[in-house]
Design a protein around this ligand. Structure first.
Ligand SMILES: *Cc1c(COP(=O)(O)O)cnc(C)c1O
Length: 388
């Protein structure tokens, strides 16, 4: 299909839920994307933090295709090696005790919400079901997870929303006010991705961790975006010495295939029992094979490399004229400029650089293996666009 045919078929037949950029991406290699006309772009979006080892990484591709050669899907009625291996790897690396595999971030969070409520039901009986989430959070697009998302713009049209979700500001005073005898869990993103790559304050995170432990409130860290090495830590909560009871992740987990995981630590590892939860596709063996390839390569050296590249990016972005602040950790970067973010994103694409937005900020989520020369080229384009 020609570029114009693709765009008109899309506009005619696909639900218009996305304000798409005027780019038809087609293929790529490493940190380089090509559109339908062959124009190259440096990829600092990675499909919203998904293609963490770039496009068609050869090791990942081999892992995925060799699984496809064996079997493409195994129902969760049977045991399978890719799930068993991946769950073992995740537990070994994090200290989690059990993993539930889903297909997406929202589904991983659904599992977390169900697990927290059942944990509390088993222990305290009916009625202790409230979950506190934070203002400006993002937890997904299903009914439960848009309710959990602490942004008013998501709470239109689709009412009634889920009962028992409360919102707090990211400080202990507000958390204490929102908490009642019915509170069973608190769900946070250590780094709020969608609302502008906001890193929550270390003091708050440490105190919240203690508060949850002291009151037997489950702490859920939504690491869908900031997890799997993105910040230079395997999971961002590790940077703050936290001990969550449930960690959810997705995006980069399988390097470009749909996979979510809800990791359950000591307290609630035994909570879900047969019949409590399930999925047809979750933990698909091809996705798990991709994830094993990714997760086994995110080692100490890789994390240090991500920290180094992130520091280099941020240091140079701070020098750009019209940049008012830079936030983030590792290769998860938010840039506040004096310019309208939509204009910056479009102008970067025009010059061959894919970047994302997050509220009023420009957001960078480049692949972990982006090369130095590619970073310099990305910085050059950012400088041209933002300082102009
Ligand atoms: C993207 C995201 C989600 C939703 O993930 P989907 O795979 O789109 O369902 C949930 N939480 C956070 C923090 C995210 O960034």
């Amino acid at each position: 299909m020609k570029r114009e045919e693709i765009i008109s078929a899309d506009r005619e037949h696909i639900a218009s839920t996305y304000a798409r950029a005027d780019v038809v991406l087609d293929h790529g290699e490493g940190a380089t994307l090509y559109d339908k006309s062959g124009k190259a772009y440096i990829d600092c979006g990675t499909g919203i933090g998904v293609n963490c080892f770039g496009i068609c990484d050869p090791v990942w591709k081999e892992a995925v295709t060799s699984q496809i050669d064996k079997i493409q899907h195994i129902s969760n009625l049977y045991y399978s090696e890719p799930q068993a291996r991946l769950a073992s790897l995740l537990c070994e690396k994090t200290g989690a005790k059990r993993v539930f595999f889903a297909n997406s971030g929202a589904e991983a969070n659904e599992c977390a919400i169900k697990t927290a409520r059942k944990y509390s039901y088993d222990k305290y009986g009916e009625g202790r079901y409230e979950i506190i989430t934070l203002k400006d959070s993002f937890h997904g697009r299903t009914m439960a997870t848009i309710t959990a998302t602490g942004q008013d713009e998501f709470h239109k049209y689709f009412m009634p929303f889920l009962d028992g979700i409360k919102y707090a500001d990211p400080n202990m005073l507000s958390i204490r006010r929102a908490r009642t005898a019915r509170t069973c869990a608190i769900m946070i993103e250590v780094i709020q991705g969608e609302s502008g790559v906001n890193v929550l304050a270390e003091d708050f995170l440490k105190e919240l961790d203690r508060y949850c432990k002291a009151n037997d409130i489950l702490l859920i860290c939504d690491e869908v975006q900031c997890g799997n090495g993105r910040t230079g830590y395997l999971y961002a909560y590790e940077a703050f010495g936290m001990h969550p009871d449930i960690v959810t992740t997705a995006k980069a987990l399988a390097g470009g295939l749909p996979l979510g995981a809800c990791m359950m630590f000591d307290k609630c590892a035994g909570t879900l029992t047969p019949g409590d939860h399930g999925t047809t596709f979750g933990g698909n063996p091809v996705a798990c094979a991709g994830a094993i390839s990714i997760m086994s390569r995110i080692d100490r050296d890789m994390l240090l490399e991500i920290q180094g590249k992130g520091a280099y990016f941020m240091e140079n972005i701070r020098r750009i004229k019209n940049v008012t602040s830079v936030s983030g950790m590792g290769l998860m970067i938010g840039i506040q400029t004096t310019k309208p973010v939509g204009k910056v994103v479009a102008a970067c694409a025009e010059k061959g650089l894919i970047v994302l937005s997050a509220h009023t900020k420009v957001r960078l989520l480049p692949p972990f293996n982006i090369r130095k020369d590619e970073i310099d080229e990305a910085l050059k384009i950012l400088n041209e666009v933002i300082s102009a």
